[in-house]
Design a protein around this ligand. Structure first.
Ligand code: NAP
Length: 207
């Protein structure tokens, strides 16, 4: 599959390595330009290429946006419209600045990113600490395999993203839609950044 990744930090580079490692075509972008990503794409290897955010959005059959929430308005909305987009973002006001609509919980970060981009958004990978994502993938059925909550309204899009999660060594658990579901795995919840198996995560999410 062609996968575009917007954001080449801890989560973006980790997912880039893992997805390229199992044979996906990866195009990855940051904010400073493709010329700053030479070492990363050389390290990722395979067919990985460094691109602009707009090119990553155009390239991906699935696009992963993994930039700080406070910068979501810089995403290439036109190119993301209608695409399956994985949203890994979390709202951290001390990093992102205050967003009154999130402070009063009238909406969620994922719903705002969906509204801005018009993408078919799936919230995933937001609740796993990046070092666990990097190091804890295990074959299916192995005891202790960690789980990752997935939220969104489109079951087909969630199935695609869930397949990618399984393929890199984790169990997806459907948390529901982006609103009620997404709220269950935001920062401050009982599952956020807590390493849990699928059984434990399902119990904690009450799904
Ligand atoms: N770290 C974790 O354990 C973890 C776990 C789950 C979810 N998350 C969430 O996932 C997101 C990424 O986290 P991270 O820890 O990977 O962040 P990070 O290491 O700080 O990396 C952020 C990346 O986003 C890029 N970026 C910023 N603005 C951009 C823009 N407008 N267009 C394209 N790229 C842009 C940066 O590029 P430049 O360096 O060129 O600016 C950098 O490559 C955040 O929302 C975070 O809250 C983090």
């Amino acid at each position: 599959m062609r996968i575009g990744i917007i954001g080449a930090g801890r989560i973006g580079s980790t997912l880039g390595r893992q997805l390229a490692g199992i044979g996906h075509e990866v195009a990855i972008a940051n904010s400073r330009g493709p010329e700053t990503l030479g070492d990363l794409v050389a390290d990722i290897g395979g067919s990985a290429r460094a691109v602009t955010p707009r090119e990553a959005a155009e390239f991906g059959q699935v696009v992963i946006e993994t930039i700080p929430y406070g910068r979501y308005r810089e995403l290439p909305a036109e190119q993301l419209r209608g695409k399956v987009v994985v949203d890994t973002a979390n709202y951290h006001p001390e990093r992102d600045g205050h967003d009154p609509e999130l402070d009063d919980d009238s909406t969620t970060s994922s719903e705002k990113i969906r509204a801005f981009t018009g993408a078919n958004l799936v919230k995933a990978f937001n609740a796993i600490y990046w070092e666990n994502l990097r190091d804890q993938g295990r074959p299916k059925g192995e005891p202790g395999r960690l789980a990752i909550p997935v939220s969104g309204t489109d079951s087909e899009a969630k199935a695609v993203v869930s397949g990618l999660i399984r393929d890199i060594g984790f169990d997806p658990v459907d948390a529901g839609d982006l609103g009620r579901g997404g709220r269950k795995h935001q920062p401050g919840t009982n599952v956020y950044a807590v390493p849990l198996t699928a059984e434990e995560l399902s119990g904690a999410l009450h799904v």
